[in-house]
Design a protein around this ligand. Structure first.
Ligand code: GDP
Length: 453
């Protein structure tokens, strides 16, 4: 798969069909291999000029993608990152946690800032985030004092709990007022008991929620469609689909650092479910990987930099404006590249290739440490342990030569061979440690700050 995928890529990032005899369209997953914030939005914005669809398949407005292009700097939370290309259809699939007002606000923000109206398609099977989900999130996080899980309080965990308990409200049901009223009443039954009996808070009124949802429905109406049919027809017609992951492998509820995980699967394997396309349609899996480590929120972070001053240097140097959460503004924890976690992240994603981002950031370091092993129970391993073993794991570092070039200098480079030799060696080292080719190297936050290999 890897070599076939590599052959299918031209050296300017054009997402061409994998073989001329193939009539079927194809899907390419662009997913995070670490803790999230790897730069997926930037990579999609750099690639989306030749795709037909960009699809969000999981998560909600609880994390953000930062994008820098000719229209300005944007932090997108719910909109797919293809919205800057008017010909791209941006899909919110059934797997998404849809906060309707947040979506519409973001859409309006784009128009206000001079972005041409994007094409947007919202699945009638997607479910909506309800006011009680958001309140439950806040009350639950307050109630677990001392062991909070870093919730962004956007209602995401109660939303998915309700969805799998079959108490969710699908977008399609917004158009059937009678059914909507019944389902909202059912959805409120247990939350209202929790509010009054457990949390000692006011209860919510079903009718108020219904009226609010009916108002939201009217604003959402132009975008609602059966996106499953849309994408299946797209595949039949030979179209290209970019599947946009939110967060990364280490936030996956099954394979990540549970319980410091998110509530929907962040894996390319789930993309087929959350978007509604056949698994065989996915021909490439691009794991987006940052050249160092960053994580927002709580939970063990083996390769995190313990020294506050050393950490602050990397934090301020990182990303486009320092390592601070795009949604929350929270300072992110930072560390050097963690090959144990990233190799695992890449493998669990089934990555055919890596897009390495933020290479320009590390130029301030004369020597660059890389975490190449974890010491667990007195033994050094390069395999990522199950999450419950991480609390006592210690990092094992190796150091390589830095290249000591300023960010601006690095950001102007467009050919791999023009990178300083130590930077080339660093990329090759990551390739070797992860076992997957690095086909793209991002050297700056802008759309064009990218080297295709
Ligand atoms: P996402 O959620 O995976 O899209 O990542 P975020 O947008 O949350 O965080 C990535 C950060 O890195 C943002 O600040 C981006 O602007 C920034 N970024 C992406 N690629 C590069 C790069 O190659 N160099 C620099 N300096 N910043 C980058």
């Amino acid at each position: 798969m890897g070599s076939r995928a590599a052959e299918s890529r031209t050296n300017d990032g054009v997402l061409s069909a994998s073989s001329s005899s193939e009539k079927q369209g194809k899907a390419i997953a662009v997913v995070g291999a670490q803790w999230g914030d790897e730069g997926k939005g930037k990579i999609i914005d750099s690639l989306a000029h030749t795709t037909d669809f960009v699809v969000r398949f999981q998560g909600g407005a609880n994390a953000g993608h930062t994008i820098n292009n000719s229209y300005g700097r944007f932090a997108l939370h719910l909109l797919p990152s293809g919205v800057f290309y008017p010909k791209v259809i941006n899909v919110l699939g059934p797997g998404v946690a849809l906060n309707v007002r947040a979506l519409l606000k973001e859409h309006q923000m784009l128009l206000d800032r001079g972005v041409p109206a994007p094409q947007l398609a919202v699945s009638d099977k997607a479910q909506v985030v309800l006011p009680h989900h958001i309140l439950l999130d806040a009350y639950q996080e307050e109630g677990v004092a001392g062991r909070a899980f870093g919730s962004t309080k956007q209602g995401i965990s109660p939303f998915y709990s309700a969805k799998y308990a079959k108490k969710g409200i699908r977008v399609g049901v917004l158009f059937d007022e009678k059914l909507l009223r019944e389902e909202v009443e059912q959805s409120l039954h247990i939350p209202n008991i929790l509010f009054s009996e457990v949390y000692k808070k006011p209860t919510l009124d079903a009718e108020e929620i219904v009226q609010d949802l009916l108002e939201q429905r009217e604003m959402l109406r132009p975008f609602v469609t059966d996106t499953t049919q849309l994408l299946l027809s797209g595949i039949d017609d030979g179209k290209t689909i970019l599947l946009e992951g939110q967060l990364g492998t280490l936030r996956d509820p099954d394979h990540g650092i549970y319980p410091y995980s998110t509530s929907s699967s962040t894996l390319a394997g789930f993309a087929t479910v959350g978007a509604g396309i056949p698994p065989r349609a996915i021909q490439r899996v691009i794991a987006v990987v940052k050249a160092y480590s960053s994580k927002v929120g709580d939970g063990p972070f083996v390769a995190g930099i313990a020294d506050p001053e050393e950490a602050q240097k990397l934090r301020l140097m990182g990303g486009d404006k320092g390592e601070f959460g795009a949604t929350t503004g929270r300072p992110r924890d930072v560390g050097y590249f963690d090959a144990v976690a990233t190799r695992y992240g890449v493998r669990v994603q089934g990555a055919t290739e890596i897009a390495l981002t933020n290479l320009d950031v590390l130029g301030y370091l004369p020597q660059i440490p890389l975490c190449v092993g974890y010491k667990v129970d007195g033994k050094v391993t390069s395999e990522f342990p199950s999450a419950h073993l991480l609390y006592d794991a210690e990092p094992v570092f190796e150091t390589v030569e830095g290249w000591q070039s300023g960010k601006e200098e690095m950001q102007s480079i467009r050919e791999f061979s023009k990178l300083p030799p130590q930077a080339q060696a660093y990329v090759e080292k990551i390739e070797e440690l992860c076992g997957v080719p690095v086909t793209m190297v991002s050297v700056g936050p802008g759309r064009d700050d990218i080297i295709f290999r």
